[in-house]
Design a protein around this ligand. Structure first.
Ligand SMILES: C[S@@+](CC[C@H](N)C(=O)[O-])C[C@H]1O[C@@H](n2cnc3c(N)ncnc32)[C@H](O)[C@@H]1O
Length: 255
């Protein structure tokens, strides 16, 4: 296995499973904040939900859902019925045990009928995917005409190399390159925004995320897989803090 595959497995498989074990022993109020560690803030998730306007009871696809915190948040806020996909078995198991949500183990070949999805999102996934056009084509395939679909995509401020070492296995498009990828996938951008306009996390979320982080560190701090995952998130944090990478929120519709 390559170094980048090891790093991605540590981050998206092993730590996902460990997170589910940690929250199993905590108050249920910890689950959504713990499940959203490293993804959108509640403000960013609200912005997306306000723009994709899911109907209560709708099937809501979360493609690359990780441990399922954002999908559980969407269900709690709007009454949608989430359907999760993720290629990592540890992430799928964590989503089932933490939130009792249906999670299909799948990457860029979704076991979902063409045109079956009305609404959903895919958050922080594109930059981790090997074949970005194939991933977008598959999202496009499953959307019904008129569907609305949210993305968070981490975009490079400039083309070329970063001044800081990026997380392994990630490829960050520029905004222009992303727009081109979306156009080629026949996905129209209805509106867009930036996650850093919604960077604040409420104090109770900060507390819950810090508690879970401390417990993960206590249990697994000596494990090389934990240190690999932490190094990945440290590098991502440095890129974001330096403004070399920004989180772009998009609302898409099949063209
Ligand atoms: C940065 S995490 C984001 C997880 C979750 N969306 C969140 O915001 O908390 C990226 C996720 O994308 C998943 N992933 C990687 N390749 C994928 C693919 N081809 N299709 C769907 N998901 C993929 C990873 O396993 C990982 O769970």
């Amino acid at each position: 296995m390559s170094g980048s595959a090891d790093s991605m497995d540590a981050e998206f498989d092993t730590v996902a499973a460990w997170t589910a074990d940690v929250v199993a022993g905590l108050d249920p109020a910890y689950r959504i904040p713990a499940g959203c560690r490293g993804s959108g803030s509640p403000g960013a998730l609200h912005w997306l939900l306000d723009h994709i306007r899911p109907e209560k009871g709708a099937i809501f696809l979360d493609c690359g859902a990780g441990v399922g915190g954002p999908a559980a948040f969407a269900a709690g806020e709007t009454g949608v019925r989430p359907l999760l996909t993720d290629p990592e078995s540890g992430a799928c198991r964590a989503a089932r045990s933490m939130f009792d949500l249906p999670a299909l183990q799948a990457g860029s070949q979704l076991p979902i009928a063409t045109g079956a999805i009305d609404v959903g999102w895919s958050l922080g996934v594109l930059c981790t995917v090997d074949d970005q056009p194939a991933y977008l084509a598959e999202v496009r395939r499953v959307l019904r005409p008129g569907a609305r679909f949210g993305l968070i995509v981490y975009c490079a401020a400039q083309p070329g190399d970063f001044g800081i070492e990026p997380p392994e296995g990630n490829t960050f498009p520029t905004v222009e390159a992303l727009d081109e990828l979306l156009e080629r996938a026949s996905l129209r951008v209805l509106t867009s925004g930036w996650t850093d306009h919604f960077a604040e996390f409420p104090a109770d979320w900060e507390d819950a995320m810090a508690t879970v982080q401390a417990e993960l560190e206590r249990r697994h701090g000596d494990d090389p897989r934990w240190r690999t995952a932490e190094e990945q998130s440290r590098r991502m944090g440095s890129l974001l803090a330096a403004g070399e990478v920004r989180g772009r929120m998009l609302v898409l519709q099949p063209a």
